[in-house]
Design a protein around this ligand. Sequence first.
Ligand SMILES: NC(=O)c1ccc[n+]([C@@H]2O[C@H](COP(=O)([O-])OP(=O)(O)OC[C@H]3O[C@@H](n4cnc5c(N)ncnc54)[C@H](O)[C@@H]3O)[C@@H](O)[C@H]2O)c1
Ligand SMILES: CCCCC[C@H](O)CC\C=C/C=C/C=C/[C@@H](O)[C@@H](O)CCCC(=O)O
Length: 229
Amino acid sequence: MQLVIIADIDAAKGTSTTSELATEYADNVTFIECDVTNQESVEDTLGKAKDTYGRLDIISNNAGAMMENDPIGTINLNLCGVIRVAAVAMSYMRADKGGSGGIIINTASLTGVKPSYNCPAYCASKSGVIGFTRSFAMNPDFDLHKVRMNCLCPGMVDTPMIQGVLDEDGKEGRVLNFDRFRYAANLPQLKPSAVADVFIDLVENESKNGAAMLITVEGPPRDIEFPIY
Ligand SMILES: NC(=O)c1ccc[n+]([C@@H]2O[C@H](COP(=O)([O-])OP(=O)(O)OC[C@H]3O[C@@H](n4cnc5c(N)ncnc54)[C@H](O)[C@@H]3O)[C@@H](O)[C@H]2O)c1
Ligand SMILES: CCCCC[C@H](O)CC\C=C/C=C/C=C/[C@@H](O)[C@@H](O)CCCC(=O)O
């Protein structure tokens, strides 16, 4: 049986999403309020998840936002949040420390490899997520801990994030040039299910440890090729 914990800083949205899923999955989905920028909150959330279900197998490290009006906050949420969650999750998942191994999938972005002058802090945070993922996955200790890591690099996806920037608060500096962002946001977008499909493929396909998956409307998902030095 698959048991899922949804963790998010937005308790109202998290609770309503969990209730929606409960109509199909009954008590197999639980919500915990969590702020990934806060170490104690992350420890508390993952500790409760472990206590409730006995083990952690799959982590979707997905929290993020675009807020160029707070570049340091952007790095703290999008990059440090990912590293913070991965570190605590590892303490439960490591096969050499009583866990069962598993997989951590971090959400990066197309902007982690393709620069955008409109959101330099966001781009930096997502490049960091890609570097963290690839470096973590090449560690020879994998044979001991058995935790794989991947990242997702989607282009624009039709989610509330884009609308959030397009709404009034977007004009207050979440991007550097609001009109250019509005133009980009009107181009074709991925559906969230396209990203979820790649997520599931990574969980099921053990040969892709370390892959950074590019997902765009232009073609099928692919493993990004990086220069080798
Ligand atoms: N929408 C896109 O075009 C797009 C494209 C590529 C990557 N991404 C990335 O996908 C991820 C999900 O974004 P989305 O598009 O679904 O947007 P979204 O705004 O719907 O989801 C982001 C979620 O992160 C949560 N969150 C924000 N701060 C948090 C914190 N401190 N602690 C815990 N949770 C927090 C929000 O409450 C929200 O539920 C993000 O990392 C985003 O950068 C989005
Ligand atoms: C708030 C939604 C943020 C979505 C961020 C995702 O990670 C999407 C990444 C994919 C594409 C992002 C494109 C962003 C474009 C804008 O910054 C745009 O203003 C760039 C304009 C470029 C140009 O003028 O040529």
